[in-house]
Design a protein around this ligand. Structure first.
Ligand SMILES: NC(=O)c1ccc[n+]([C@@H]2O[C@H](COP(=O)([O-])OP(=O)(O)OC[C@H]3O[C@@H](n4cnc5c(N)ncnc54)[C@H](O)[C@@H]3O)[C@@H](O)[C@H]2O)c1
Ligand SMILES: O=C(O)C[C@H](O)C(=O)O
Length: 345
């Protein structure tokens, strides 16, 4: 049996590793009540993400929804002695209750890739799942911030926007494609190559969330390191292929789940902090945008009480990054249009 001291050190390691998952920024103020719903909570991402949200002291109510398997996950997670009340909901007839009053809805529902597939190959199944979940969000919690994880993100976010528009609830400030895993990967790979402490590293990642549409801006990485052009090219390629690296290593058993849960928890925490009025919360996300001519684009975004407070520009790019930006536009445009067309059929 695990000793209490060991359990304490695991919990503190989790909290240290996710230092943003803390009351920092609140002083002695009471932390507001916040309901977070996870849709797809019994899945490979959903389970560890539910765990991490249960560890987040900003969450007072944790609503776990899936088409199957939620009672077990909810019972399990609910025994953890942290702030939030946990309720599991299963099946479409319970979706409304799961969503009612939610401040943040995280969506990792849908099928993952197998080796040889692209994220776009998931479109036929996941587009329908996302469409119906977003229709329910429009009905039961139209003011929630929506964190879209389900792939292909480059299309599922435009689908969500169209569903909300049709329902008359669309607010571009409240819809986010979660691209945080790209940032997490870029930071890890850069720190390894530049031999700098990973906790100090920042790298913006812009564009979208698939292959060449993922554009890490290593020219803006901090701390700066003297990496050569070939090293930057290799780091860029590894970041773009990070998802595929995991899909291949899992050899048919799905895609990134644990690192995605971590990234999803980071992003949801940033949304909660923004809602709670913590200043200067900035994360990269795929949002409605005028940064380029494309209607949706990932870039740094300042989060606030209403969701997106400001979509930040790209800053100055290296020639290599300028080329990458031009090179990604056609694919990203077509994925966005595919989502819009599907939602309006
Ligand atoms: N944005 C990113 O960076 C990123 C990273 C990793 C994975 N993903 C994507 O996240 C999705 C989920 O991946 P996973 O590994 O957790 O898959 P998984 O198959 O392990 O889990 C998916 C869960 O969704 C549930 N589900 C299916 N239809 C549903 C519906 N209508 N309502 C509610 N729940 C439903 C399933 O029952 C299952 O529990 C995939 O589309 C994957 O490509 C995105
Ligand atoms: O690669 C995938 O299919 C999952 C996810 O988008 C990832 O980047 O890991």
């Amino acid at each position: 049996m695990m000793k209490p001291s060991m359990l304490r050190s695991i919990r503190s390691a989790v909290t240290r590793g996710t230092s943003h998952l803390s009351r920092r920024g609140y002083g002695t103020e009471p932390v507001p009540e916040r309901k977070v719903a996870v849709l797809g909570a019994a899945g490979g991402i959903g389970q560890p993400l539910s765990l991490l949200m249960k560890l987040n002291p900003l969450v007072s109510s944790l609503s776990l929804y899936d088409i199957a398997g939620t009672p077990g996950v909810a019972a399990d997670v609910s025994h953890i002695n942290t702030r939030s009340e946990v309720v599991g909901y299963q099946g479409e007839e319970q979706l409304g209750k799961a969503l009612e009053g939610a401040d943040v809805v995280i969506i990792p529902a849908g099928v993952p890739r197998k080796p040889g597939m692209t994220r776009d190959d998931l479109f036929n199944i996941n587009a329908g799942i996302v469409k119906s979940l977003c229709a329910a969000i429009a009905k039961y919690c139209p003011n929630a911030l929506v964190n879209m994880i389900s792939n292909p993100v480059n299309s599922t976010v435009p689908i969500a926007a169209e569903v909300f528009k049709k329902a008359g609830t669309y607010d571009e400030k409240r819809l986010f494609g979660v691209t945080t895993l790209d940032v997490v990967r870029a930071k890890t790979f850069y720190a390894g190559k530049a031999k700098v402490p990973v906790a100090e590293v920042n790298v913006p990642v812009v564009g979208g969330h698939a292959g060449i549409t993922i554009l890490p801006l290593f020219s803006q990485a901090t701390p700066q390191a003297n990496l050569g052009d070939d090293e930057i090219k290799a780091l860029t390629k590894r970041t773009q292929d990070g998802g595929t690296e995991v899909v291949e290593a899992k050899a048919g058993k799905g895609s990134a789940t644990l690192s995605m849960a971590y990234a999803g928890a980071l992003f949801a925490d940033a949304c909660l902090k923004g809602l709670n009025g913590v200043p200067d919360v900035v994360e990269c996300s795929f949002v409605q945008s005028t940064v380029t001519e494309l209607p949706f684009f990932a870039s740094k975004v300042r989060l606030g009480k209403n969701g997106v407070e400001e979509v930040l520009g790209l800053g100055s790019l290296s020639d290599f990054e300028k080329q990458g930006l031009e090179g990604l536009k056609a694919e990203l445009k077509s994925s966005i249009e595919k989502g819009i067309k599907f939602a309006n059929q």
